[in-house]
Design a protein around this ligand. Structure first.
Ligand code: NAI
Length: 483
């Protein structure tokens, strides 16, 4: 089987060469097609950081093993790492954090074992990068959480947890504050949990989760989160097991999967051959298991664990009183130990399965929609206006535009109600949300809303708008603080 390999920028080529030398020494039955991705590809004028040939190869082969890549600083260029994950719908980011003997941490010294798998949603949330300045002072980021997207990643997490014999699966969220977005994610979690009665499923508010992971990490098994919260919590977990040098990551989709280390290009040590290749090696081992190469994965992982147990280390970890090895020598030590069994956490030598690929040519984009469409009604509109006037003055002006169909219900500033009631102690910025709802809760149409929009635009600059919808009798918008 052939897979695509992108060596990456900074320390990428050094650690990728080290990992592939270990794979070759173990006669891993894979061929590698090197593809052009990364900073130097941006520099050549390819605005998404990869050549069209690279894109085609990855779509044909279905597996990308990649080193870290630098995103050129400055406006208009998006991270090639994020572009790759999103374009190919690798919706689940799986990161496994395990105690490694030989890598000293507060927990290993206290004899507390850690084995946590974080599944982070990988496409949605604020990572859409859909951001606008609404006024000179006000920036807005759109945070998308969708039902199909949440179900996809949550289902993956439950399946993976069951397959790996996990006992507990936890949803981290902030549904107490973000009732619609995180609320939807949590609702999807609770829905899917019903299909897996054998797994203990629970949820923890993300700030509490951060504290509990630090205080009692041994109580957690699989944790599933939205994108940004998952990003932060997984770096916290990397810290629990020794830092970024030990944090692998798999980006899993239905057709394409990307394996990479969590860390970046480490520009401060690039070109010196001193980087730690362990995180990329662990990512590569996860890739071998994903492909069914169970025996190769186990032999290489056992050798890595054995090598770490011997106290062999690169400069970023380990006993400072013993000399650190460089990247190449560290890889050579692992090669020399192939076939050895570690004292702790030895992996069983399961036989390799026939390698298959999930990549195939798709004829069109897949549309993911809820199966159960509900009756929709428009109840009103939130109009976001630019103004530096006081709330009472704005209310008087807005009421003139309400006409016979709308009521001015409330005015808020940064989400806090400032009219009809509020406090003079609430600081204001030059952007208000004026909320109009239909008189008597009756349904409106888009023309009604446009009429109001046109009328109000005579008095204010409208920076943005959102319809207030009701689906199946349920209001589908949040209340302002204090409403
Ligand atoms: P970084 O992870 O590259 O470095 C943070 C610190 O950890 C540095 O002191 C570095 O020397 C150290 N470090 C990281 N990996 C190491 C390793 N394998 N061995 C020894 N020490 C290691 O994070 P930073 O500096 O924030 O980002 C640098 C560049 O990497 C940026 O351009 C960023 O966009 C990119 N990046 C790429 C990622 C990817 O390709 N998936 C992920 C994160 C950052």
């Amino acid at each position: 089987m052939k897979i695509a390999v992108a060596k990456g920028d900074g320390i990428g080529p050094e650690i990728m060469d080290a990992v592939l030398s270990i794979f070759n020494a173990n006669k891993v039955p894979l061929e590698y097609q090197v593809v052009d991705m990364g900073k130097w590809v941006f520099d050549k004028g390819f605005s998404n950081g990869m050549t069209p040939e690279a894109k085609q190869t990855i779509e044909e082969l279905g597996i990308l093993f990649k080193g870290p890549m630098e995103t050129p600083k400055g406006k208009g260029v998006k991270s090639v790492n994020v572009t790759a994950r999103k374009t190919w719908n690798t919706y689940a980011n799986k990161r496994v954090f395990q105690t490694l003997h030989g890598v000293d941490t507060v927990f290993s010294k206290a004899g507390i074992p850690i084995d946590i798998t974080i599944v982070r949603e990988n496409i949605e949330d604020t990572y859409g990068g859909i951001e606008h300045m609404l006024t000179q002072d006000v920036a807005l980021s759109r945070r998308f959480i969708t039902r199909p997207g949440s179900l996809q990643v949550i289902r993956y997490a439950f399946e993976m947890a069951r397959k790996n014999g996990a006992k507990r699966i936890t949803c981290g969220h902030k549904a107490n504050i973000m009732k619609l977005t995180d609320g939807l994610f949590l609702e999807c979690f609770q829905e899917v949990a019903k299909e897996y009665p054998d797994l203990k499923a629970d949820d923890v508010i993300v700030d509490d989760l951060a504290m509990k992971l630090v205080v009692r990490p041994q109580e957690f098994d699989v944790v599933v989160l939205t994108n940004l919260q998952g990003d932060i919590i997984s770096d916290l977990c990397a810290g629990l097991v020794g830092g970024l040098g030990f944090a692998p990551s798999a980006n899993i989709g239905d057709h394409i999967a990307i394996f990479e280390a969590v860390h970046g290009t480490a520009p401060d040590i690039a070109g010196k051959n001193i980087a730690n290749p362990t995180a990329l090696l662990l990512s590569g081992i996860a890739m071998l298991r994903h492909l069914g190469l169970m025996e190769n994965a186990a032999v290489i992982e056992n050798s890595l664990l054995f090598t770490l147990e011997q106290g062999v280390h690169t400069g970023d970890f380990g006993d400072k009183s013993t000399p650190a090895l460089n990247t190449t020598a560290f890889a050579e030590a692992i090669i020399a130990n192939l076939g050895q069994t570690p004292k702790h956490g030895a992996k069983a030598l399961l036989a390799n399965k026939p390698v298959t690929t999930t990549a195939f040519k798709l004829a069109k984009n897949e549309m993911m929609v809820s199966e159960d469409p509900q009756q929709e009604e428009i109840l009103g509109v939130d109009l976001f206006i630019e103004s530096s006037e006081q709330p009472d003055f704005i209310a008087k002006k807005c009421q003139r535009h309400a006409g016979v169909k709308f009521n001015l219900v409330n005015i808020s500033n940064r989400g806090t109600q400032v009219w009809p009631t509020g406090s003079v102690y609430t600081n204001l910025v030059n952007q208000y949300n004026v909320r109009f709802e239909s008189i008597d809760d009756s349904a409106l149409n888009q023309q009604d809303v446009l009429g109001l929009y046109v009328s109000l635009s005579g008095d204010f600059k409208i920076c943005s708008s959102e319809l207030l919808n009701r689906w199946g009798g349920k209001k589908a918008y949040s209340l302002a603080q204090g409403q």
